[in-house]
Design a protein around this ligand. Structure first.
Ligand code: AMP
Length: 405
C-alpha cells in the first residue's frame, strides 16, 4: 500500500513526502480509507505507531482548508497538554498548504489568547478535556458545529480520571452527522461502555504490533534496597557520560524532591509533571531540548509520544506502574537509530512490577550491580545465564515502518 493509493489530496501527499515517510504505517493503511469514506473508526494502536498521522491526514483531507468565519468543524481531544501541543504540531506540519486554522486549548495558561483565537474562527480545535469544558461553559466555544470528533489516547484519558468530562464532551457534540474516531492502546470494557451509542457502526482497526524496546537501547536493571535508591541514582549519574538524561519517577512529589536533591548537588536539572504551571513545564522542556539543562526529572507525562531527540540516558527511579510505560520511557532514548542507555533502579517491593514488565516485553532485562557502589546489603542479581528470553519474541515494533533518511 502506498500513500497515493490511500486517495489523499495532493497537498497532503507533498507534506508526507517532505516528512520523509515512504509508506503508510499499518494503522495508517488500516484507518485512513475508512475515515475518508466517512465511517466511524475505533483504532487500537500504541503511541509511536504513526497514529497521529492516521487521523490528522484524513482529517485535513476532509476539512479541505480554512473556512472563513466558520465555527470549529474538527475537535481532537487528548490527555495531556504536551500531547495536544504535539498533535497541533502535526496538523500544522501536514496542513501547511491547505492551512486550516488550528486552536490549541489546554489548562495552565490564560484564557485570553484561546478566547481570541476561537472568536476569530478556528477549523480544528485540539484540546484537553477540562479547559475545553470551561470554554463550553463560558460559551466561548460551542461543540454543536463539530463534524469530526477525534478521541485520542482514550485509555490514558480514562486512567487520568477524565471519564465524566469525556462523556460530557461527547454528549455536547450534537451534530447528528458527526463522524467519530477513537484511538486507544487497548479497548477496555470501560471504553466500550463509554462509546456505546456514541459511535455509528464503527469499523475496528486493531494493530497487532506489540510495542517492544527499540534495539538501539541498552537497558539494564539495578537492584538495591529502598533506602539507597537515591544514592545509587547519584552513583549511576556519576559513572555515565550524561549529555541529556531523563529520570522518570512515579509521583509528582518524588520528581520535585529528586530535582531539588540533584540541584543541591550542583547538577543542572529541571522537573516536569502535571502539577507544575504550564509555563514551568514548557520552560523545562525547552531548556532540556536546547541542552541548557542536562537532566529532566519527569513523571510519565513525558514518557509517551513526546519527540525529544538526542536523549542519551534514561533512568527509571521507580519501576513504572503500567508495563507499556516502561517501553515508552526507555524509548525516549535510542531514537532515530542512535544508541541509548536505560537503567531501572529496582527496590525489593517493586519486583512484581518488574516481573510484569518482563512478561510484557517477553524478555528478561539484564541485572547489574554497580561495583563502585557501597551497598548496605548485597543486592540479589539474577545470573546472566538465567537471562534468557521468556518466550519467543513476536513482531517487533522497532522495525515497524521504514523511514527515508
Ligand atoms: P505517533 O504514533 O503519532 O506518535 O508517531 C510516531 C512517529 O512516527 C512520529 O515522529 C511521526 O512523525 C512518525 N511517522 C508517522 N507516520 C510515519 C510513516 N508513515 N513513516 C515513518 N514515520 C512516520
Amino acid at each position: 500500500m502506498t500513500f497515493q493509493e490511500l486517495g489523499l489530496a495532493p497537498s497532503l501527499l507533498e507534506a508526507i513526502d517532505v516528512s520523509g515517510y515512504t509508506e503508510p504505517t499499518p494503522i495508517q493503511a488500516g484507518a485512513i480509507p475508512h475515515i475518508l469514506s466517512g465511517r466511524d473508526v475505533i483504532g487500537s494502536a500504541q503511541t509511536g505507531t504513526g497514529k497521529t498521522a492516521a487521523f490528522a491526514l484524513p482529517a485535513l483531507h476532509i476539512l479541505d482548508g480554512h473556512r472563513k468565519g466558520a465555527a470549529p468543524r474538527c475537535l481532537v481531544l487528548g490527555p495531556t497538554r504536551e500531547l495536544a501541543a504535539q498533535v497541533e504540531g502535526q496538523f500544522k506540519k501536514y496542513g501547511q498548504s491547505s492551512a486550516p486554522k488550528c486552536c490549541l486549548i489546554h489548562g495552565g495558561v490564560g484564557y485570553g489568547k484561546q478566547r481570541d483565537e476561537l472568536a476569530a474562527g478556528a477549523d480544528v480545535v485540539i484540546a484537553t478535556p477540562g479547559r475545553l469544558l470551561d470554554h463550553v461553559q463560558q460559551k466561548t466555544m460551542s461543540l454543536d458545529s463539530i463534524e469530526l470528533l477525534i478521541l485520542d489516547e482514550v485509555d490514558r484519558m480514562l486512567d487520568m480520571g477524565f471519564i465524566d468530562d469525556v462523556k460530557r464532551i461527547i454528549r455536547s457534540c450534537r451534530n447528528k452527522k458527526r463522524q467519530t474516531l477513537l484511538f486507544s492502546a487497548t479497548v477496555s470494557e470501560d471504553i466500550k461502555r463509554l462509546i456505546k451509542g456514541s459511535l455509528r457502526d464503527p469499523v475496528e482497526v486493531a494493530i497487532s504490533i506489540k510495542i517492544s524496546p527499540a534495539e538501539t537501547v541498552k537497558h539494564e536493571v539495578y537492584p538495591v534496597g529502598a533506602m539507597q535508591k537515591f544514592d545509587l541514582l547519584i552513583a549511576l549519574i556519576d559513572q555515565m557520560e550524561v549529555d541529556s538524561m531523563i529520570i522518570f519517577c512515579r509521583m509528582k512529589v518524588g520528581a520535585d524532591r529528586i530535582t531539588r536533591w540533584l540541584q543541591e548537588r550542583g547538577l543542572s536539572c529541571g522537573a516536569m509533571h502535571s502539577n507544575l504551571p504550564q509555563k514551568a513545564r514548557t520552560k523545562a522542556l525547552e531548556q532540556f531540548k536546547d541542552g541548557k539543562i542536562k537532566i529532566l526529572v519527569a513523571t510519565d507525562i513525558a514518557s509517551r509520544g513526546l519527540d525529544i531527540a538526542n536523549v542519551t540516558h534514561v533512568i527509571n527511579y521507580d519501576v513504572p506502574e503500567h508495563p507499556e510505560d516502561y517501553v515508552h520511557r526507555i524509548g525516549r532514548t535510542g531514537r532515530a537509530q542512535r544508541e541509548g542507555d536505560a537503567a531501572t533502579i529496582v527496590a525489593p517491593d517493586e519486583q512484581s512490577k518488574l516481573d510484569a514488565i518482563e512478561r510484557f516485553i517477553e524478555q528478561q532485562i539484564p541485572q547489574r550491580k554497580l561495583e563502585s557502589f557501597n551497598y548496605f546489603h548485597e543486592p540479589i542479581i539474577r545470573a546472566a545465564e538465567d537471562a534468557k528470553p521468556k518466550r519467543r519474541r513476536r513482531n517487533s515494533a522497532s522495525s515497524k515502518f521504514g523511514r527515508r533518511r
